[in-house]
Design a protein around this ligand. Structure first.
Ligand code: NAD
Length: 394
């Protein structure tokens, strides 16, 4: 991919700022930033000017200045060989619609992380704009756990994965893209066979709603004196919920693997070891692997302070509002098309819905990224769409 002379990052949050700092250091080409939300473009520019660059600190260290930062897609999208969305999944569609008219011919557009069903919505949006030439890619997860310390100045990288999976559409071009992404991110990027594998391999859909359910399914409203540790606090019962969700994903994999390569869809414990390896001190059980993962140390459950020193669970956090409609619900819908039963997914999704006032399995299914919302309403259509992604040529 020697012809790429510019990459553009879309987003101004934790992950986007980490990517800008790391990629601008690692890449030998220009890097621009598209930040349309509110006054983020101004704040990003001001922070970088005050600090002499945007800095990643902690588990990864880098400091760099992007070339241009803009809230106007016409200023930064043209000329980009690769455009990367580092956004909560609910912002993908709006951002894709904004940038689509300005994409170069045969540019790549991807999401880090992709979450579930990114390809369904992105392909529909691009096709509607006559942009079938644009390639899609997605990463299975964000490579870093990261939090902004000072906006536009410093982002703290708490933990880094050692390997991340990537998928593309057309799938045949993945070997052009993966080395560039590996260089950009500074870690191993392993090609998955296609986007359906990536959707099912999205471990955030298991870990985040599963642990929230384990921690708070029996919560009855009493305030907490502190936020529980999210990963280190995982108990045996919570670990059983995670194992059951992982087993259900594996059942979908087994059903669809007769016709598609889904080898990237690892059981949860295998994925943990693959992604974190030596950072895990005690890999003997799923619970101990979570509780002793250095990259997860100290991370707390999302809570809201309702009075000084009194907290309640924050059910509006991304762990439910993103990872269910753009994650677990997508896999559950794929299971339904495949004739696979998913009682634990159903229970966790229904519980999330009760907490959020949503019926993701019924009335509010239109607010999710399930394949049925994009015309993929039978197993034959789902598989045909996946196979088309394997076959289409430049
Ligand atoms: P974030 O909350 O920091 O991102 C918020 C940013 O997204 C905003 O600042 C804005 O720039 C952009 N945004 C939000 N809504 C928008 C809209 N409607 N239009 C345009 N832009 C909008 O999120 P993050 O922590 O950077 O996470 C990004 C993704 O990575 C999410 O999918 C998240 O689940 C995932 N992730 C994050 C972490 C982490 O440690 N931060 C770890 C694993 C996965």
């Amino acid at each position: 991919m020697s012809h790429i002379t510019k990459i553009t990052v879309c987003g101004g949050g934790n992950g986007a700022q980490a990517l800008v700092a790391v990629a601008a250091c690692n890449l030998g080409c220009a890097l621009d930033v598209y930040v349309p939300l509110g006054d983020e473009a101004d704040r990003l520019r001001a922070g970088i000017a005050a600090h002499g660059g945007l800095e990643a600190a902690g588990a990864v260290q880098a400091k760099a200045r992007p070339r241009r930062i803009s809230a106007d897609p016409a200023e930064v999208i043209p000329g980009s060989g690769v455009v990367v969305l580092v956004l909560p999944a609910f912002a993908h569609e709006a951002t894709l619609r904004q940038i689509a008219p300005f994409l170069d011919r045969a540019a790549w557009v991807g999401a880090i992380p992709a979450r579930g069903g990114f390809d369904y919505s992105a392909a529909m949006i691009l096709e509607a704009q006559g942009r079938g030439d644009v390639g899609l890619f997605g990463l299975q997860t964000l490579p870093w756990a990261c939090r902004i310390q000072e906006y536009g100045q410093q982002v703290h990288i708490l933990g880094v994965k050692r390997a991340v999976d990537v998928a593309s559409r057309p799938a045949g071009r993945i070997n052009q893209l993966a080395p560039l992404l590996a260089r950009t991110l500074g870690l191993a990027v392993d090609p998955a066979a296609g986007f359906l594998a990536l959707t099912l391999a999205n471990t955030g859909q298991i870990i985040h709603p599963g642990i929230m359910y384990g921690l708070f399914a029996r919560w009855e409203g009493a305030s907490l004196s502190s936020a529980p540790l999210f990963y280190q606090g995982l108990d045996e019962e919570g670990a059983r919920v995670l194992a059951s969700l992982s087993d259900e994903v594996q059942a979908i994999r087994a059903r669809l693997e007769r016709v598609l390569d889904l080898s990237a869809v690892r059981p949860l414990k295998d994925w943990l070891m693959h992604a974190y390896g030596d950072a895990i001190a005690d890999p003997r059980s799923l619970r101990s692997a979570f509780a002793t993962n250095r990259a997860y140390a100290g991370l707390k459950a999302p809570v809201r302070e309702v009075a000084p020193g009194q907290f309640v669970p924050d059910f509006g956090a991304r762990y439910l509002t993103e990872d269910v409609p753009f994650g677990l619900a997508v896999s559950q819908a794929i299971a339904a098309l495949s004739g696979v039963e998913t009682p634990v997914m159903d229970r966790v999704i229904a519980w999330t819905g009760e907490r959020l006032g949503k019926d993701y399995l019924g009335r509010d299914a239109g607010q999710t990224r399930i394949p049925q919302n994009y015309g993929l309403d039978s197993l034959e259509r789902l598989i045909a769409f996946a196979n088309e992604g394997l076959e289409i040529r430049d």
